[in-house]
Design a protein around this ligand. Structure first.
Ligand SMILES: [Zn+2]
Length: 277
């Protein structure tokens, strides 16, 4: 099997690439070219990795992890979903760390080599990134035997004060992570804080609470329900798979707007996954 999701370099970047931001004392955001991944620092020591970056960037992720946590591997790796830009570094990470990996049951076929994702839609209404999306790998990868399903009760292995929520639409088994105590949300690509289809906005990371990236989203009805669910949580701080962290009224108003006007703001006017479902 050819692992394009690990091998194919995607020539896109942002002004934040390579930077680590401390969103909260225990939540660090690392921007890997155009995607974010997260290091969660645990109270009594130890840490958890959420998502695994772009293809061919595993060594950079390992370097950053070592700078932050020394040689200690994470206790687990959690995946919001399995698209190429969220698992791209996994080959190197799995070589170095023998740790459990968790994702939603419905995402497992794409993460155990049984199924490929539908092809990205370069014809979808949107900017330059949508047009480039034809080069994005859609093949499933095989992370077995280390990958398994998240517990059904919503608990998150290794993180007792976090819960996972099923937020499908962008992918069938997409999840978000939420911590009630301070209303912190890791939304993956259920919504994002940048217009991910506009190359210039991706580069400058101009903030704009937006629907999931268009070229890879295949179920817009489910995506709309997921955004409603997340808006209903009234998060105080949110980080997403793409774009900068957003908090307070800017976040709550933006998310409410998106939920109420999902059809006009998020759903493309045309595209192969828009009509006829
Ligand atoms: Zn995605």
């Amino acid at each position: 099997m050819t692992d394009h999701a690990f091998d194919r370099f995607i020539p896109m970047t942002t002004i934040s690439s390579g930077a680590v931001q401390e969103v909260l004392p225990d939540l660090l955001l690392y921007t890997d070219q155009v995607v974010n991944l997260f290091f969660i620092r645990k109270d009594g020591g130890g840490w958890i990795l959420v998502d695994a970056g772009m293809p061919r960037t595993g060594d950079k992720i390992l370097e950053e992890a070592e700078r932050l946590f020394g040689s200690a591997p994470p206790e687990a790796i959690l995946l919001t979903h399995g698209h190429f830009d969220h698992i791209g570094g996994m080959d190197k990470l799995m070589e170095k760390w023998d740790v459990p990996i968790y994702a939603h049951t419905l995402e497992l076929p794409f993460l155990t080599g049984k199924k490929d994702y539908p092809e990205p839609d370069p014809t979808v209404e949107g900017g330059m990134v949508a047009k480039m999306s034809g080069m994005f790998p859609n093949e499933g990868v095989d992370l077995s035997p280390r990958i398994s399903s998240l517990p059904e009760d919503g608990s998150v292995p290794g993180l007792h004060d976090w819960k996972w929520l099923h937020t499908p639409g962008h992918s069938p088994g997409h999840i978000s992570l939420f911590r009630e105590r301070d209303r912190t949300l890791i939304a993956g690509d259920a919504f994002v804080t940048v217009r991910q289809d506009k190359l210039f906005k991706v580069l400058t990371q101009e903030k704009e609470i937006s629907g999931p990236p268009r070229y890879l989203t295949t179920d817009w009805k489910a995506a709309e329900q997921s955004v409603s669910k997340l808006a209903g949580l009234k998060p105080e701080t949110a980080v997403t798979g793409h774009g900068l962290p957003v908090s307070g009224p800017e976040l709550q108003n933006g998310l409410q707007q998106l939920a109420e006007n999902f059809q006009s703001l998020a759903v493309p006017d045309h595209g192969k996954y828009v009509d006829g479902d």
